[in-house]
Design a protein around this ligand. Structure first.
Ligand code: HEC
Length: 116
Protein backbone atom coordinates (compact mmCIF):
# COMPACT_ATOMS: atom_id res chain seq x y z
CA UNK A 1 0.00 0.00 0.00
CA UNK A 2 1.15 3.53 -0.70
CA UNK A 3 1.77 5.72 2.38
CA UNK A 4 -1.22 7.91 1.61
CA UNK A 5 -3.47 4.86 1.55
CA UNK A 6 -2.03 3.59 4.82
CA UNK A 7 -2.77 6.94 6.46
CA UNK A 8 -6.27 6.96 5.04
CA UNK A 9 -6.96 3.45 6.36
CA UNK A 10 -5.59 4.43 9.77
CA UNK A 11 -7.79 7.51 9.91
CA UNK A 12 -10.84 5.41 9.04
CA UNK A 13 -10.01 2.85 11.74
CA UNK A 14 -9.57 5.60 14.33
CA UNK A 15 -12.77 7.35 13.33
CA UNK A 16 -14.77 4.14 13.70
CA UNK A 17 -13.78 3.74 17.37
CA UNK A 18 -15.59 6.90 18.43
CA UNK A 19 -19.29 7.56 18.36
CA UNK A 20 -21.17 10.71 19.07
CA UNK A 21 -24.78 9.61 18.90
CA UNK A 22 -26.63 6.53 20.03
CA UNK A 23 -27.39 5.66 16.38
CA UNK A 24 -23.66 5.25 15.70
CA UNK A 25 -23.09 2.85 18.60
CA UNK A 26 -23.93 -0.87 18.65
CA UNK A 27 -24.81 -3.26 21.44
CA UNK A 28 -22.19 -6.06 21.69
CA UNK A 29 -23.36 -9.32 20.00
CA UNK A 30 -23.69 -11.10 23.36
CA UNK A 31 -25.69 -8.23 24.86
CA UNK A 32 -24.66 -6.40 28.02
CA UNK A 33 -24.26 -7.52 31.62
CA UNK A 34 -24.89 -3.97 32.76
CA UNK A 35 -28.28 -3.27 34.33
CA UNK A 36 -30.01 -0.40 36.10
CA UNK A 37 -29.41 -2.24 39.38
CA UNK A 38 -25.69 -2.99 38.92
CA UNK A 39 -24.69 0.13 36.98
CA UNK A 40 -27.29 2.72 35.88
CA UNK A 41 -28.68 3.73 39.23
CA UNK A 42 -25.26 4.40 40.83
CA UNK A 43 -24.06 6.23 37.73
CA UNK A 44 -26.98 8.68 37.71
CA UNK A 45 -27.05 9.15 41.48
CA UNK A 46 -23.28 9.73 41.52
CA UNK A 47 -22.85 11.96 38.49
CA UNK A 48 -26.18 13.51 37.48
CA UNK A 49 -28.79 13.67 40.21
CA UNK A 50 -27.19 16.53 42.06
CA UNK A 51 -28.92 18.58 39.34
CA UNK A 52 -31.31 16.12 37.61
CA UNK A 53 -33.11 14.46 40.53
CA UNK A 54 -36.85 14.69 41.07
CA UNK A 55 -36.54 16.01 44.62
CA UNK A 56 -33.93 18.75 44.57
CA UNK A 57 -35.14 22.31 44.66
CA UNK A 58 -31.66 23.51 43.71
CA UNK A 59 -31.42 22.08 40.24
CA UNK A 60 -28.60 24.46 39.31
CA UNK A 61 -30.27 25.40 36.06
CA UNK A 62 -30.94 21.86 34.77
CA UNK A 63 -34.20 21.87 32.76
CA UNK A 64 -37.18 20.68 34.83
CA UNK A 65 -38.25 18.07 32.29
CA UNK A 66 -34.81 16.39 32.41
CA UNK A 67 -35.24 14.35 35.60
CA UNK A 68 -33.20 11.12 35.77
CA UNK A 69 -34.67 9.57 38.91
CA UNK A 70 -35.77 6.21 37.49
CA UNK A 71 -34.94 3.78 34.72
CA UNK A 72 -38.04 4.96 32.82
CA UNK A 73 -36.84 8.59 32.96
CA UNK A 74 -33.47 7.56 31.57
CA UNK A 75 -34.94 5.44 28.77
CA UNK A 76 -37.15 8.37 27.78
CA UNK A 77 -34.11 10.67 27.42
CA UNK A 78 -31.52 8.11 26.31
CA UNK A 79 -30.61 9.78 23.01
CA UNK A 80 -29.79 13.12 24.65
CA UNK A 81 -28.08 11.47 27.62
CA UNK A 82 -25.90 9.55 25.19
CA UNK A 83 -25.04 12.70 23.23
CA UNK A 84 -24.02 14.59 26.38
CA UNK A 85 -22.29 11.94 28.52
CA UNK A 86 -21.59 8.58 26.84
CA UNK A 87 -18.22 7.46 25.47
CA UNK A 88 -16.18 10.44 24.27
CA UNK A 89 -19.09 12.84 24.88
CA UNK A 90 -18.33 14.75 28.05
CA UNK A 91 -20.40 17.95 28.06
CA UNK A 92 -22.42 16.57 31.04
CA UNK A 93 -21.89 16.88 33.89
CA UNK A 94 -20.73 20.47 33.37
CA UNK A 95 -17.38 21.38 34.86
CA UNK A 96 -14.09 19.57 35.25
CA UNK A 97 -15.19 16.53 37.31
CA UNK A 98 -16.21 14.19 34.51
CA UNK A 99 -16.90 10.53 35.12
CA UNK A 100 -13.85 8.47 34.06
CA UNK A 101 -13.82 7.26 30.44
CA UNK A 102 -14.48 3.63 31.41
CA UNK A 103 -17.64 4.72 33.22
CA UNK A 104 -18.73 6.73 30.16
CA UNK A 105 -18.02 3.73 27.91
CA UNK A 106 -20.18 1.59 30.20
CA UNK A 107 -22.93 4.21 29.96
CA UNK A 108 -22.71 4.00 26.14
CA UNK A 109 -22.98 0.20 26.18
CA UNK A 110 -25.83 0.15 28.68
CA UNK A 111 -27.86 2.80 26.79
CA UNK A 112 -27.36 1.30 23.33
CA UNK A 113 -28.40 -2.13 24.65
CA UNK A 114 -31.71 -0.61 25.73
CA UNK A 115 -30.84 0.30 29.36
CA UNK A 116 -31.98 -3.04 30.83
C1 HEC B 1 -23.96 20.60 38.22
C2 HEC B 1 -25.29 20.36 37.65
C3 HEC B 1 -25.46 19.28 36.60
C4 HEC B 1 -25.02 17.97 36.65
C5 HEC B 1 -24.24 17.27 37.75
C6 HEC B 1 -25.51 17.35 35.43
N1 HEC B 1 -26.20 18.26 34.67
FE1 HEC B 1 -27.16 17.89 32.90
N2 HEC B 1 -27.79 19.85 32.82
C7 HEC B 1 -27.41 20.84 33.71
C8 HEC B 1 -27.80 22.14 33.18
C9 HEC B 1 -27.54 23.48 33.85
C10 HEC B 1 -28.46 21.89 31.95
C11 HEC B 1 -29.02 22.94 30.96
C12 HEC B 1 -27.91 23.53 30.11
C13 HEC B 1 -27.31 22.60 29.09
O1 HEC B 1 -28.05 21.89 28.38
O2 HEC B 1 -26.07 22.55 28.97
C14 HEC B 1 -28.45 20.45 31.77
C15 HEC B 1 -29.05 19.80 30.72
C16 HEC B 1 -28.96 18.44 30.46
C17 HEC B 1 -29.64 17.75 29.40
C18 HEC B 1 -30.68 18.36 28.46
C19 HEC B 1 -30.09 19.15 27.34
C20 HEC B 1 -29.79 18.32 26.12
O3 HEC B 1 -28.63 18.37 25.66
O4 HEC B 1 -30.66 17.59 25.62
C21 HEC B 1 -29.25 16.44 29.44
C22 HEC B 1 -29.68 15.30 28.51
C23 HEC B 1 -28.32 16.31 30.54
N3 HEC B 1 -28.18 17.54 31.16
C24 HEC B 1 -27.68 15.14 30.92
C25 HEC B 1 -26.90 15.00 32.07
C26 HEC B 1 -26.29 13.74 32.48
C27 HEC B 1 -26.44 12.41 31.75
C28 HEC B 1 -25.61 13.99 33.64
C29 HEC B 1 -24.77 13.03 34.44
C30 HEC B 1 -23.73 12.30 33.72
C31 HEC B 1 -25.78 15.40 33.96
N4 HEC B 1 -26.56 15.97 32.97
C32 HEC B 1 -25.26 16.03 35.07
C33 HEC B 1 -26.76 20.64 34.92
C34 HEC B 1 -26.19 19.46 35.34
Amino acid sequence: MRPALVLFALALALASCGYETIDEATCPPGGTKLTYANFGEQFFVGYCDECHSAETSLRKGAPENYVFASRADIVQHKDRIFARSAGSNDSMPPGPDDPPIDERNKLAEWLVCGAP
